[in-house]
Ligand binder design. Structure first.
Ligand SMILES: [Zn+2]
Length: 174
C-alpha cells in the first residue's frame, strides 16, 4: 500500500456545487490527502469537532465501500477459514524468474507436470486474495462475503462499483 502524501494547493477552486453539504467554503484553504485511488480534500485547519465529523464521514464511506464488496459476492455462511483454503503464494528465486522472462511481481501458478515434476508458470491474473490484508479479509468474511468469490472477482478485475458520473457532468453543465 502506498504511503499517504499530503499537499496544499491554494489556487485550486472546487466548484461550488461539489462543496454543497460538505461544510467547506470556496474561500477555505484546502488540504489534499493523496493516497492509492483517492484524493481527499479537507479543511487545512480543523477543530476537534471538525476532526470528529471527518472521521465519522470517512467511516460512513468506508462502510459503504465494504458493503459494495460484500454484496458483490453471494452470501457464504462458512467462508472463513473454510471456504477460502489459503495456499501460500508460490515463490521462485528472482534470477530464475528473470531467466524465464517472468516479471518478479507476477503471480505464479504451480501444477504437477507429466514427468512428476512441478511446473511453475505466470498466472493469467494480476490480483488475488493474497493482495487483501488478513484484517480486511476477516472483516469481509464476518460481514458475510464469500472470500472464494472475492478471489475470483479480484482475479477477473470485475467492475463492482459504477458511480453515475454522467449525471454529475450534466449537473455541472447547468
Ligand atoms: Zn464462501
Amino acid at each position: 500500500m502506498k504511503k499517504e502524501q499530503t499537499q496544499t494547493i491554494s489556487c485550486f477552486m472546487v466548484p461550488e456545487h461539489l462543496l454543497e453539504g460538505s461544510g467547506l467554503e470556496q474561500e477555505d484553504a484546502l488540504y489534499f490527502h493523496v493516497t492509492d485511488g483517492c484524493v481527499l480534500a479537507t479543511k487545512s485547519q480543523m477543530t476537534a469537532m471538525d476532526t470528529v465529523t471527518l472521521v465519522e464521514s470517512l467511516s460512513r464511506i468506508t462502510v459503504g465501500l465494504l458493503t459494495r464488496l460484500v454484496n458483490a459476492t453471494d452470501p457464504c455462511d462458512q467462508c472463513f477459514p473454510n471456504c477460502w483454503e489459503r495456499d501460500e503464494p508460490v515463490t521462485i528465486p528472482s534470477r530464475v524468474l528473470m531467466e524465464a522472462g517472468i516479471p518478479s511481481d507476477a503471480k505464479l501458478d504451480a501444477k504437477v507436470s507429466d514427468n512428476d515434476g512441478i511446473l511453475v508458470s505466470q498466472a493469467p491474473y494480476r490480483y488475488d486474495l493474497h493482495d487483501v490484508s488478513e484484517d480486511l479479509q476477516l472483516i469481509l468474511a464476518e460481514s458475510g462475503a464469500c472470500l472464494m468469490q472475492l478471489d475470483e472477482l479480484l482475479a477477473g478485475e470485475a467492475m463492482i462499483i459504477d458511480f453515475d458520473v454522467d449525471d454529475l457532468c450534466g449537473e455541472r453543465a447547468t
